[in-house]
Write a protein that binds this ligand. Structure first.
Ligand code: C5P
Ligand code: C5P
Ligand code: ZN
Length: 473
């Protein structure tokens, strides 16, 4: 066991998993196509490489029966799953029993009803996989156990990007086991944490856009109002331009940043924004110190969006290359994909805004058909639930067509609903299985795939289950 294991509760299991990987001739590393999945793969690939263990990498959108069968058909006797695997243990277990391969799993999703020996998941050790440790965090715990020729603590920076990508910092900062990883990164000199304005784009967005687009906390006259944002900066006497260009947040000095932040808080107070929303204006930001200032890679949140922009568009190879340190071509390609991703998110949000949601007794939903790509419909659902004008008292369920036969479902809740008993992983699993599909995830965010045409029956089942969970039936 490495000295000062980042998550002591998981150290013994991590050591056993590491031992199993070292015994393998060659490992097939499989991961999920989102920011957390990519950073999980980045952490695991770096650690395997450093430990001198040969491996190949494979990404899957969904680890379903078909994907597991294809993995089992390869020659690999050791298969590492990161950021998924736990929820699909019922699919994996029969292949393990048949001797097709030995699974090693570093995941943080609700496990399905089956067990395996090399299973590293915070939920098995009393740690919340939805808010205290991400897939990349689980992979990091494994990486520390693998060590290789360094101590792998530099990989903490990727684990933090994964946790932020999974929105585990929604209460303003990373917590629990994640915090141990942050401390590792700070000690290794690769990460800095600081209290700062909690808006997206502090590294790369020009100031008016930064304020205009910051819609998590809606400030009348500034949010969605470019001229209002510019007037606000002028009123504060902030020199917001450098020559012909607008400055970005990173171009301001500490005094100017302080001035803008307190100006925003004051404006919010005067506009009657509720105190619990105002608190969300400031939070902890995580800076990757080796990355150049003013780039997407410098800020954990912007980095995670860049990664989503690759993997969710079938370019996980680009995102992984960026995680592994490639710049030049990989970074250029990722930035191009980011522009496209941004456009899609904004169109998706507009679609939900225009169409609204259909309200059932306990849930609300919308069907995007082909209007939103199924790989990003969950992001759009989550952003919609955070946007003004959407009822936050009911979880949101979103549909998008996945293929001619199947529909993708994404669901998102709030911390408040979860404290009241909401568990979307159970809702998605049970309601999807009731209509011949499958699903799972976390209490606050989960998904499923169901046969087309079963949406109404599925929604009725979700509505019943959520009602039960919230004690309203
Ligand atoms: O598969 P994975 O665990 O990586 O995905 C987690 C998903 O849950 C992400 O899409 C993330 O945005 C979402 N999430 C959320 N709100 C939270 C926590 C997670 O929408 N508070
Ligand atoms: O796809 P979406 O972003 O809605 O996924 C939310 C969470 O549910 C993610 O953690 C994802 O891995 C999980 N999920 C799952 N099984 C599915 C679909 C999503 O475990 N069939
Ligand atoms: Zn994850």
């Amino acid at each position: 066991m490495p000295a000062s294991a980042p998550v002591p509760e998981m150290a013994d299991r991590a050591a056993a998993c590491a031992e199993r990987l070292r015994a393998a001739d060659e490992v097939l590393l499989n991961s999920h196509i989102d920011a957390d999945g990519l950073t999980s793969a980045g952490v695991a690939a770096s650690a395997l490489e450093r430990a001198g263990i040969p491996f190949e990498v494979n990404f899957e959108k969904q680890l379903d029966e078909e994907a597991v069968a294809a993995i089992a058909a390869t020659d690999y006797d050791t298969v590492l799953f990161t950021d998924f695997g736990s929820g699909q243990l019922d699919i994996i277990a029969p292949y393990e029993e048949a001797g097709d391969f030995t699974p090693v799993i570093a995941d943080h999703h609700q496990p399905a009803d089956a067990e395996t020996e090399y299973h590293l998941n915070p939920l098995l050790f009393g740690i919340d996989g939805g808010s205290e440790l991400s897939g990349a965090g689980a992979a990091y715990v494994l990486a520390r156990a693998l060590e290789g020729d360094g101590d792998n603590r530099d990989l903490a920076r990727l684990a933090v990007v994964g946790a932020v990508g999974d929105m585990q910092d929604t209460d303003g900062e990373l917590q629990g086991a994640n915090q141990g990883i942050v401390e590792d990164g700070v000690a290794a000199g690769v990460l800095e944490e600081g209290t700062d304005l909690a808006v997206y784009g502090k590294q790369t967005r020009e100031l008016p856009k930064l304020l205009e687009y910051a819609s998590d906390v809606v400030i009348p006259g500034i949010t969605n109002n470019r001229n209002g944002a510019i007037d606000f900066l002028n009123d504060l006497d902030i020199e917001a331009r450098a020559g012909d260009d607008w400055k970005r947040w990173v171009d301001l000095d500490a005094g100017e940043r302080q001035k803008v932040a307190s100006g925003l808080v004051q404006r919010a107070v005067r506009s009657g924004v509720p105190a619990d929303r105002i608190d969300r204006l400031v939070g902890t930001s995580y800076t990757l110190l080796a990355e150049p200032e003013g780039t997407e890679l410098r800020d954990a949140s912007e980095f995670s969006t860049l990664l989503n922009a690759t993997a969710r568009y079938e370019r996980a190879d680009v995102g992984l290359a960026v995680c592994l340190g490639e710049r030049d071509e990989a970074l250029t390609a990722a930035r191009e994909l980011l522009r496209n991703h941004r456009r899609n998110l904004s169109e998706g949000l507009q679609f939900v805004k225009n169409e609204g949601t259909t309200k059932e007794e306990h849930v609300q939903w919308f069907h995007a058909d082909d209007r939103i790509r199924e790989t990003i419909v969950g992001i759009v659902a989550g952003m919609s639930l955070g946007a003004s004008g959407i009822d936050r008292s009911k979880p949101i369920i979103a549909f998008a067509n996945e293929s001619a036969e199947e529909v993708k479902v994404s669901s998102r809740g709030t911390g408040h609903l979860v404290r009241d008993g909401l568990d979307l992983s159970v809702v998605m699993r049970e309601a999807s299985q009731a209509v011949g599909g499958d699903g799972g995830g976390h209490v606050i965010a989960a998904g499923a795939t169901i046969p087309r045409g079963t949406e109404d029956e599925f929604i009725a089942e979700c509505d019943r289950l959520v009602g039960e969970q919230l004690g309203k039936e």
